[in-house]
Design a protein around this ligand. Structure first.
Ligand code: ZN
Ligand code: ZN
Length: 197
């Protein structure tokens, strides 16, 4: 059984940040009635609570042929109006759980599981009956081509290094950190990489 692909956006900015686990939150307008909703409602919800159908609208102009007097096409077209077409994409209900000693004592995932959140591998819905691939654990990164490091799973070395620099050994890094801005910083990144690989 292979996990399905779901192409997600990569991180925009690379700076030291805590490890972040991507999970899926249950949402349903029918079954979730706020504070009175029984615990574990998502398990019996039949409305695909872990994904959202997102409508993508596009408009297109309609044309007709301009004809000669005897009814032959002139090659010119005339715009007669516009129509709106709607396609649907399936978006998993992503939530990012920060994992660091400072936040939830690093127990955010356990707490989220108790609240009924699930890992992407455990998603079961019509479009993805066997789950989708886990995500990169860098802040804001939803890439799925990831590999294991000592401090988590990431899509590239630099992201693993950035998480190490955020968490690692109480060291300080330059203010306004930018991974490619100075030699000192690239030394720091290189040193971090030797720790996480
Ligand atoms: Zn429901
Ligand atoms: Zn990544």
């Amino acid at each position: 059984m292979t996990l399905a692909s779901w192409k997600g956006p990569r991180a925009g900015r690379l700076r030291p940040s805590a490890r972040e686990i991507k999970m899926l939150a249950p949402r349903c307008d029918v079954c979730d009635e706020g504070i009175n909703t029984p615990k574990g409602w998502a398990e019996t919800c039949e409305h695909e609570p872990f994904v959202t159908l997102v409508p993508i609208e596009r408009r297109q102009t309609l044309y007709e042929d301009v004809l000669t007097k005897d009814g032959k096409p002139t090659g010119t077209k005339r715009a007669t109006g516009q129509e709106t077409l709607v396609d649907y994409i399936i978006r998993p209900n992503w939530v990012s759980i920060t994992l660091s000693r400072g936040v939830n004592s690093g127990r955010g995932v356990e707490k989220a599981l108790r609240k009924g959140f699930i890992m992407p591998e455990d998603l079961r819905c019509e479009a993805y009956p066997d789950g989708i691939k886990p995500r990169c654990e860098f802040n804001g990164c939803f890439a799925e081509d990831i590999k294991p490091y000592r401090n988590g799973k990431f899509c590239r070395d630099l992201e693993a290094a950035m998480v190490y620099l955020c968490e690692g050994e109480g060291r300080t890094y330059e203010v306004g950190f930018n991974a490619i801005s100075s030699e000192k910083q690239s030394d720091q990144v290189a040193a971090a990489l030797t720790k996480v690989q």
